[in-house]
Structures are given as structure tokens and as C-alpha cells.
Design a protein around this ligand. Sequence first.
Ligand SMILES: [Zn+2]
Length: 351
Amino acid sequence: MIIRKLKLKLNKTQEQQLDTWLWRLTGVYNWAIKKIENNAKNKIYFSKYDFQNLLAGHGKKIDIPSHAIQGVLIQAYTAWERCFKKMSRKPRLKGVRNKLNSIPFPDPIKPPEGNKISIPGMGKVRFHKQDIPEGAIKCGRIIKKPSGWYLCLWIDTVHTFPVKKTKDEVGIDPGFSTLLTLSNGEKIENPRELRKGAERLAQAQRAGDKKLVARLHERQANKRRDRNHKISRKIVENYKKIYYSKDNFSELARTHGKSVSEAGLGQLISTITYKGSACDREVIPVDSQFTTMTCSVCGSRTGPSDWDKLAVRQWNCACGAQHDRDINSARNVLLAGAGSALKATGKNRGN
Ligand SMILES: [Zn+2]
């Protein structure tokens, strides 16, 4: 499954129509959030199937494709489900500050003809020309961004590319000061553009320019996605088995909070995982306890022990080995991965 994002070329009427839909769907979403909350107080719970059909027949009344309404109901249902499972906080109502900015189309969409695509309830819409891979379009979502309207398409196809014939293995240590460190000593840094962008974003935030902040956020997200595609492709091309430390990663998220999600490490890892599985590579998460403090040469735990010592970049082991903290860690990930590969269940376990 791959995702393609088309930039739409809408006329005024179409834009107004979508704005109206967003506005009405905000009402639907909030109604659904409140309904689930109130019913839960009375111990009434719905199945996903029942809930998504709760407003069946209302589509005509509010002049929105009924599948889009279903999609929003599922979105609200999932938000509560995640909250009930303690995976996220209580869902917030949508409004001025927390805008609903997308319209789901949970059903298959016909492939475009030329640079026009049919959107349910809207008819043909033009988009900026772009190649779209062959394959059935499973579903779509219209998204309103600071730079305009987009249509995301989920296309059922496997995105493969030629890879090197190799049995090489690599350990990856995702980090914060260095984006990824490989067990061969290679360090992959954030591209300059992305760092520059972060500075500009911070400036705009200090200046309180909301519109600019929104635009820069969007641009940063695009750059990050682009970076993730390039890096993941390169790694998948060159290695047969790819081990990455997962604990490091969640630990980082805990200690650094937002800055890690900003770094897009999770997205990077999942991009490596799905590209790897498409190209018949094995991408395996490795339990990375002690990877930082263990000496990759002699195996004794003489290195920096916790996250307070994040500042320690270099250290020497009693055995005489001189270590770069991240490279040592990546080597340990490779060692742990290769050693425990039998224990890890199958290939391409999720992230
Ligand atoms: Zn040592």
C-alpha cells in the first residue's frame, strides 16, 4: 500500500463546498465524541460497525456523501478507542483552535483520467499533474493545509526497487543529536535544510506569526518525509538484515518528548520497515537495553549508563577500546540482533 498526495486545483465553488463540508463534519465529529462519552457513562457501548452506521441516511439531509460521514464517525470512534485503551488522551472537540482539517473517503475511488479525478459528491476535480502508480485506489482523504487542498490516495500496490545482492547486516542506533548511527561507523545527520527550517520555525514561533508557523510546519513535515524516503531507500538497498534498537527510541521519546516526534524518527523507522518488507529485506527491532553502556569489544558494562550522561560522546573502556558512544551502541545493536535473531519472531516485526 502506498500513499500519494495530489495537490488539487479547485475553483471557488469547490473550495466553498469543501469548507462547508468541513464545517458540517465538525458538527458530526463533536456529536459523535459526546455521544460515545455520554453513553459510556451509562455503560452503553457500540461496536465499530454499529457506530459507523448510526447516521445512515443523514447524508442527503446535510448534503455530504454518506461515506464521508461514516469515515468521520469511525475517526471519532477510533479516537475514543485509543483513549479507552490508554494509548492516547481523551479526544478533544473540534473547533476554532483544534480544527477538523480533513474529509475521509473510506471507499474505493476511481483512478484519475488525465489530470482530473472524481471525488464522491463533488464530481470531477482537477489536480496538478503527477504520475500515479498503477493499482486500485482503496480510499482517500481530502486535507486542507496552509498551502492549499490536497487529496491523499491509498493505492494498493507494492513499491519495490532494485536492491543490492548482499548478505550484509547492519545495526542502527536512532538518536537525537545524530539522526542515525550505523554499526559500520557511518553517521547520518539531519540535512542542512531541515536544520535551517527548524531555526526559521522557531523564529516565527517567537514572533507569534501563526500563519507563517503553520506554513513552515507543513514545509518541515514535507522535508522530513523526503529525507526519510531517501535514507530508508539507501539502507534497504545496501543491507539484507537491518536491526534497529527500539528501546533507545522509546526512551528517547520519553526523555525528549516532543522534540523526538519532531525529528520524525518513528516515521523513519516505519518507512525502513515497509520498504524493507517490499524488497524482501529483514527489518528487526532489537531490545537495546545496555547497548549504550556495554563495550562492543569486550562486553563489559563500562560505558555511560543513563540519559543524564547524554553529553558523553566518547569514552574509553578498561579493555583499551576507545568508543564513540553512538557507533558503539549501533555495533551492540548489530551484535544483539545477530545473536537473538533466532528469538525474534519472524521478519519485519512492526516498530
Ligand atoms: Zn571493553
